[in-house]
Write a protein of this length. Structure first.
Length: 220
């Protein structure tokens, strides 16, 4: 993707390759763009559902290596529900209402109340791992907490440069053309717009957004 984007930006000719600092800079630009895309619901192709059995504690970590172990630390949770594990065979799911702001969570009076969970709040101020706070605190082992977080487009690391991205096919064009726009700016070509490249970048991005659009039915 990085090499093809450089060619589409007019920075590489056929048969040329990037090495050293140029390659490192190009990969860093790719990771910057993907990092921004991963925060947008309409730029990710799905929601990952992940569960963790309640320990009786008030909070859980969310992110790489956390209690909810996901590849990227999420900026928000899309939904949550609580699954009753006891009695076995009757696993009833109850939705959790998402608290969107820390100011709202701070207004809860008895944060240590242990009971049936009703609310979930994701505190992203505890980066590099986010903290999932539940209220009331679900009893240990009786319930399993599920949250939905955005899927993530993978970024490159030193170990994965040169590997093939495992992503839906329609993302490839969007990555190439939009990355080419960034490369043009980085190499001083941004002052001379390329209308054809810009049109292809917008079109490929619109296709990704339209394919990911999911509008839930309004619930009153």
């Amino acid at each position: 993707v990085v090499i093809e984007a450089q060619k589409k930006a007019g920075l590489l000719a056929d048969g040329q390759a990037m090495t050293g600092g140029d390659l490192a800079s190009a990969v860093a630009d790719f990771n910057d763009m993907v990092g921004q895309w991963n925060t947008m619901r309409w730029m990710t192709w799905g929601i990952v559902d992940i569960g963790f059995t309640s320990t009786g504690g008030p909070s859980y970590t969310v992110g790489p290596g956390g209690n909810f172990n996901v590849s990227n630390t999420p900026t928000r949770i899309e939904y949550g529900f609580q699954r009753q594990l006891v009695p076995s065979g009757l696993n009833v799911d109850t939705p959790l209402e998402i608290i969107q702001a820390k100011e709202e969570f701070s207004r809860l009076s008895l944060k240590g109340l242990i009971s049936f969970g009703l609310y979930a709040f994701l505190d992203t101020s505890t980066f590099p791992l986010a903290t999932l706070n539940l209220y009331p605190i679900p009893n240990a082992t009786i319930y399993q907490i599920h949250i939905g977080v955005k899927n993530a487009i993978p970024v490159f690391t030193a170990a994965t440069i040169g590997s093939i991205l495992t992503i839906p096919a329609h993302y490839i064009a969007a990555l190439k053309f939009n990355l080419a726009k960034r490369y043009r700016q980085a190499y001083g070509k941004g002052l001379r717009p390329d209308p054809e490249l810009n049109a292809l970048a917008r079109s490929s991005l619109d296709i990704v957004k339209q394919s990911n659009l999911q509008v839930p039915e309004l619930i009153m």
